[in-house]
Design a protein around this ligand. Structure first.
Ligand code: CO
Length: 476
């Protein structure tokens, strides 16, 4: 029997996928303390939206949270998700901020950095890879999994070979939308195992309700590690339960060394915790309802619900099917980007506009204008040149993309600004956080000093997040 590792992602991706990243620090720490005793390969605890959400909604220092988590989990490796040159944000940051962030992350307790880029563009990843290696953590290179005429297994094998040459210690198939099918999971893991000796980890979501079969096939094909969540916080747009993964492992003759008593204790604790979020409304029943249609449309579940609410706002819910048919067309025009943040919102919004205005590309969001100028990186396939020309006609000032290395360093300027509103010398980690999310971090410090302002700011921040996905191109 070959060994299988399980990474538990409850407090990071589980939290993000079904609790909108609203899990409180005390619950995170209690869960991590319990999960630490189970013997997981690793615990994913940080990165993605948790950094942003800590300052923006929870009014907590993300760095302090990480240190507390590290203390609570002395026995297990900790991992995080990093968006390449975008760090934990939505646009490119300069190399100085990127390196400081990675170094501080490792100094504060992260052992494994899972690094991905929405377009799978190695140019958006190479600096992050270099700094992870330089500062001594495990570099897990992730492929953003998608399906399109240009994304076949050969493409992924080549990408993984590139990642291996770039120094990857392990590989993650990051099926962030939960659209991998059992058969493709088997084929892809088999092909990657044949192409590299690096450990292969599969990350998927239960949105389509096919995940036990997906995991079974991946285990059969030799996946080394799989991701799951403790059962009460699993399912729906989240992940397969750790407990279910154990059963699947038995079926496929894979050996998993977990302490079952400790796992049961973690279950009991999670079962109490989840009730609080059901009562508060942070856990919405809707997010637990399976949606197998995404396997047919290859459109992420989160994107479907966003589109529906966009159309409802316009009083045009009846155009939903037209928009669903338009998405593959827009995606083709754009060179088949994976439908992951921010591309999923961009392609979705453009599809809605094309349908509602009755003329394709009559109105184009700024993000799409930036995308066709290359500011998000290299698209996986060819863009439709006629469409690009049509969009560029609407761009007044065209800009060229600068390599991330050439972005000017902002640290000193941000440090000075911080000094003014803090009225003291800021710590390096505070300046790094402020450089990545200026407004939420400044508001966090202001509110720390003036508690009475809290309510209004939180209200307006929430509205901002829902209605806008504005992303600043790398060279602006
Ligand atoms: Co995920």
């Amino acid at each position: 029997m070959s060994k299988l590792g399980i990474q538990d992602v409850t407090v990071r991706d589980g939290n993000q996928s079904i609790l909108a990243t609203r899990m409180r620090r005390e619950d995170i720490l209690d869960l991590v303390t319990a999960l630490d005793k189970v013997g997981f390969h690793s615990l994913e605890v940080w990165g993605g939206a948790t950094f942003d959400s800590a300052y923006r909604f929870l009014k907590q220092s993300a760095w302090e949270n990480l240190r507390e988590i590290r203390k609570a989990a002395p026995n297990t490796k900790l991992s995080m998700l990093l968006r390449g040159q975008n760090v934990v944000g939505y646009h490119h940051y300069d190399n100085d901020v990127l390196e400081r962030f990675i170094r501080l992350t490792i100094e504060n307790g992260i052992d494994i950095l899972r690094v991905f880029d929405a377009l799978n563009d190695p140019n958006n990843l190479r600096n992050a890879f270099k700094f992870v290696k330089k500062h001594g953590a495990e570099l897990q290179a992730a492929i953003a999994y998608t399906v399109s005429p240009v994304h076949n297994n050969e493409y992924y094998v080549n990408l993984v070979k590139t990642f291996e040459d770039m120094g990857a210690d392990s590989i993650c198939i990051k099926d962030m939308a939960g659209i991998i099918t059992p058969q493709t999971a088997y084929d892809l893991v088999s092909d990657l195992k044949a192409a590299t000796d690096l450990p292969i980890q599969l990350h998927s979501h239960t949105t389509a309700n096919a995940t036990p079969l997906v995991m079974e096939q991946a285990m059969k094909a030799g996946a080394d590690i799989v991701d799951g969540c403790i059962a009460p916080l699993s399912g729906g747009t989240g992940h397969l339960a750790d407990e279910t993964l154990l059963e699947v492992a038995k079926l496929t003759d894979r050996q998993v060394d977990l302490d079952i008593d400790a796992l049961n204790e973690a279950y009991d604790l999670a079962d109490i915790i989840v009730n609080k979020y059901i009562e508060s409304g942070d856990l919405r029943t809707r997010s637990l309802i399976p949606n197998p249609r995404i396997l047919t449309y290859q459109v992420p579940g989160g994107m479907l619900s966003n589109l529906l609410s966009q159309l409802e706002e316009q009083g045009a819910s009846d155009r939903f099917n037209e928009v669903l048919r338009e998405i593959p067309n827009v995606r083709k025009d754009m060179g088949y980007p994976p439908l992951v943040t921010p591309l999923s919102q961009m392609v979705g919004t453009q599809s809605v506009l094309n349908v509602l205005l009755g003329e394709r590309y009559k109105l184009v969001p700024n993000e799409i204008k930036d995308y066709v100028q290359g500011h998000y990186g290299q698209a996986p396939g060819e863009l439709d040149q006629k469409i690009v020309d049509l969009i560029l006609e609407q761009v007044e000032v065209k800009t060229t993309t600068v390599p991330p290395e050439d972005l000017p360093f902002v640290f000193d300027e941000m440090k000075n600004k911080m000094k003014q509103f803090l009225d003291r010398e800021p710590e390096e980690e505070e300046v790094v956080a402020y450089s990545i999310f200026p407004e939420p971090v400044m508001n966090y410090y202001k509110e720390k000093n003036q508690k009475e302002e809290t309510h209004d700011n939180m209200q307006s921040e929430k509205v901002d997040e829902v209605v806008s996905f504005r992303m600043i191109p790398p060279n602006q």
